[in-house]
Design a protein around this ligand. Structure first.
Ligand SMILES: Nc1ncnc2c1ncn2[C@@H]1O[C@H](COP(=O)(O)OP(=O)(O)O)[C@@H](O)[C@H]1O
Ligand SMILES: [Mg+2]
Length: 270
């Protein structure tokens, strides 16, 4: 198992936890399989976190990796009833994106006291994605539903079927691009007016196509609409969406009119 270099204190605690769950895992043979899938990449505290979610019956099995990104790996799993899950586990060992994370966490009134330790930044980031998914769900935007989070592990509903994730917008052209574009704009408006969020990384890479409707996901960086960066990120989201749909031959709306409409400050798009 690969270990990240952590301060001695954390190492010691991790050792104790490791010993404890090594003893426990002798009794819980089945869970060993789940660990094999993740133990090459993740450290002991992460494994212990996954173990806890298994004990709490949030997760029953973890199968393969859906995707390894720069910041996280997404696994396909199942709950005890056989319902498919997407389990996103943030790396705790890479540091280059942490600076970026702090920028987004700062200015978010939900996270006033954020410890500067690398690990807690990642844990806060995971919690932020979970809370954002909750807000998105409450607003009725089509997105994965949050199920649980613990440390750097986020469990959500799986979009797709039988372990095959729904294709990304960049991978399939919607059957009716005009209709899909409008649906996506409606979601952006709901996101802003109801969730009070700006996605901040919206593009064809973070929208899935499932049953001909958009599913917005990857909301870890989404910001409250009151955040100082929110406006410029909303403008970037609008620009990304328009560029993509223009390529599909859609007659896109004027970006500034769209911005007002998404913010709920106007009733007309054209
Ligand atoms: N809830 C989900 N259901 C199915 N597939 C998912 C889900 N969440 C993420 N994925 C898949 O994992 C990939 C990476 O997820 P994402 O949240 O975009 O992470 P990142 O962009 O930070 O690597 C996505 O492109 C998608 O294919
Ligand atoms: Mg993504």
């Amino acid at each position: 198992m690969h270990l990240v270099s952590t301060p001695e204190r954390i190492e010691k605690k991790a050792d104790a936890i490791q010993r404890r769950y090594e003893e426990e895992s002798l009794m819980l043979d089945k869970d060993q399989e789940e660990f094999k899938v993740i133990e090459e990449v993740f450290d002991r505290l992460t494994l212990e976190g996954v173990y806890k979610l298994i004990r709490k019956k949030v997760i029953d099995r973890i199968y393969g990796v859906i995707k390894s990104g720069k910041e996280a790996r997404v696994y396909w799993g199942q709950d005890p009833k056989g319902v498919e899950l997407a389990i996103k586990i943030y790396y705790t060992s890479t540091s280059d994106f942490r600076r970026g994370m702090i920028k987004y966490i700062k200015g978010d009134r939900r996270f006033k006291r954020v410890s500067k330790s690398p690990r807690s930044i990642i844990y806060t980031w995971t919690q932020k994605e979970y809370k954002n998914l909750q807000l998105v769900e409450e607003a009725g935007v089509n997105a994965p539903r949050p199920i649980a989070f613990h440390r750097n592990i986020l469990v959500m509903t799986f979009i797709g079927e039988d372990g095959i994730p729904a294709p990304l917008l960049r991978e399939v052209d919607p059957i009716d691009p005009d209709d899909f574009y409008i649906k996506l704009l409606n979601d952006m408006r709901l996101l802003f007016t109801k969730s009070k969020l700006v996605h901040g990384d919206l593009s064809e890479y973070n929208v899935m196509v499932w049953e001909d409707v958009p599913v917005i996901f990857d909301v870890s960086q989404a910001l409250l609409s009151t955040h100082p960066l929110a406006e410029s990120l909303l403008q970037r989201d609008i620009a990304n969406v328009n560029t993509y749909f223009k390529r599909l031959g859609v007659e896109v709306f004027d970006a500034s009119k769209m911005e007002l409409w998404i913010k709920g400050e106007s009733e007309n798009l054209s």
